[in-house]
Design a protein around this ligand. Structure first.
Ligand code: ALA
Length: 469
């Protein structure tokens, strides 16, 4: 069969050594843990600077598009509860070449998110340690390559390997720690709401869209406008897809995955819109837009330094839950792609006693650590967004293809109004992609220009589906 036509059969997955230890509360915690992070704690400042008070609207648009994608994910995740998320759904519906492209985009998304959040965390952690008289610089320079300065980010490397250690010890233990941190993270945001809302002044919403409603490129490489901010703040929403990568470790996938994905999405959308409205209502957006810790800054400026310290401390302790979810997702994507023969098969080995992919997790941590020292935060979120948008589009297309091709298959969760929701999600994702900065699109094109030849020269021949049974 021609490689582009190879479809992975939809079967209940065999037992591959991963333990089934998770149920829906773990998954909601995993979802919220993956969603709430650097986006709402840090990027909201940049988003407000791009959109003005209209940032509330940007959050609404990005949330709506993610909700559509979440519905598509939930149907496919419960229909084929196999690890691999968008990559696996694409493989079973659109064929191997499309699946490789989605897998390649997911590798970019997950690695870049892990690195970006670790770099963001290192800023908070460095500040926190300084308060205790411990001075660990965020970046240690060590030469350059092609005129690009190289750095080592000791704190980012530390947090990535600490989280990798938790994952290696086993999903249940790391999910338990994750749940406690998720509660802390949400509590700090609610504390922010309680402090900011009494200072709400509707006059601060005038003018609502000082930079327009669209996405206008600027000379400095940034885009301004409500859609420009939506394309960046999209970063704050995703992570629910990390839940679907846990499918093979879920006790009752039909019920647990649907609750996990949609529940975590809903909680975060409502919370973000409330936070954005409270932030803009409490302080002129120009004051907090340049801050690396906008949420803490607003609270401090409102005369609550102790609360600001608590919020900063919680961010330092809890933001690693995002790293946990994405590092987990990344090692599982590698695992599934290796099992399918599209990446070296030795990568799919699961440790005999721990039941986790030890070597793969360590390799992923190493790559993410290197990226954390090489890249700065600025464009990273946008680059991760480009990879994620590609995956969301593929999932929406996969949903429609499978509804048509395999209508009788059991679907424990059916996305409501699928023929409206899926096309609208695709249009929304394309619009967000078009609203990214030109540089981001170029970087994404380069990543894809590397990935497709890798598949054609290697994966297409090594694929499990290319070998006789
Ligand atoms: N949604 C995740 C965050 O905001 C990626 O950190």
């Amino acid at each position: 069969m021609a490689f582009w036509n190879r479809l992975k059969p939809i079967e209940a997955p065999g037992h591959h050594g991963l333990k089934r230890t998770l149920s829906w509360p773990h998954l909601v915690a995993l979802g919220v843990g993956a969603i709430v992070g650097a986006g709402i704690y840090a990027l909201i400042g940049q988003g407000a600077g791009q959109a003005g008070p209209g940032i509330v609207f940007s959050f609404g648009i990005a949330g709506l598009i993610c909700a559509g994608a979440a519905l598509c994910y939930a149907e496919l995740a419960t229909m084929m509860p196999a690890s691999g998320s968008a990559y696996t759904y694409t493989y079973s519906s659109l064929g191997e070449l499309a699946a490789w492209i989605v897998g390649w985009a997911l590798i970019l998304e997950y690695s870049v998110v892990v690195s970006a959040v670790a770099v963001g965390w290192s800023g908070y952690a460095s500040g926190l340690l300084q308060g205790f008289g411990i001075d660990i610089p965020q970046l240690l320079p060590f030469g350059e390559m092609f005129g690009h300065p190289l750095h080592f980010n000791p704190l980012a490397v530390f947090i990535i390997f600490a989280v990798a250690g938790l994952l290696i010890l086993g999903t249940r233990e790391s999910a338990f720690v994750n749940t406690i941190l998720v509660v802390l993270k949400i509590a700090a945001l609610i504390l922010f709401l309680v402090i900011a809302l009494p200072h709400f002044d509707i006059a601060r919403f005038e003018p609502f869209a000082p930079f327009g409603w669209g996405s206008a490129p600027q000379a400095d490489g940034n885009n301004l406008g409500i859609m420009a901010a939506a394309a960046v703040m999209f970063f704050a929403f995703y992570g629910f897809d990390a839940v679907s990568t846990a499918a093979e470790e879920t006790k009752n996938p039909g019920r647990d995955l649907a609750i996990g994905i949609i529940g975590s999405m809903l909680i975060c959308t409502l919370l973000y819109m409330a936070i954005a409205a409270a932030a803009v209502g409490a302080m002129d957006f120009r004051v907090f837009s340049a801050s690396g810790e906008p949420i803490a800054l607003i609270v401090r400026t409102l005369g609550q330094p102790e609360a600001a310290a608590i919020i900063g401390g919680v961010a330092s302790i809890a933001i690693p839950t995002v790293i946990l979810a994405f590092l987990y997702g990344q090692s599982r994507i590698f695992l599934v792609m290796a099992r399918d023969g599209l990446l070296p098969r030795s990568w799919s080995r699961v440790h005999s006693k721990l039941g986790t992919p030890v070597m793969m997790t360590l390799f992923t941590a190493l790559v993410c650590s290197a990226l954390a020292g090489l890249l700065t935060l600025g464009e990273i979120a946008s680059l991760a967004n480009a990879g994620t948008l590609a995956a969301f589009i593929a999932v929406s297309v996969a949903l429609m293809v499978l509804r048509r091709r395999d209508p009788a298959r059991e679907r424990p969760f059916r996305a409501p109004f699928a023929w409206v929701v899926a096309p609208l999600t695709i249009v929304g994702c394309l619009y967000l992609f078009a609203s990214l900065s030109p540089d981001t699109m170029r970087y994404f094109a380069v990543w894809m220009a590397i990935g497709v030849p890798v598949y054609l020269l290697w994966g297409a021949h090594q694929s499990a589906l290319a070998k006789p049974a």
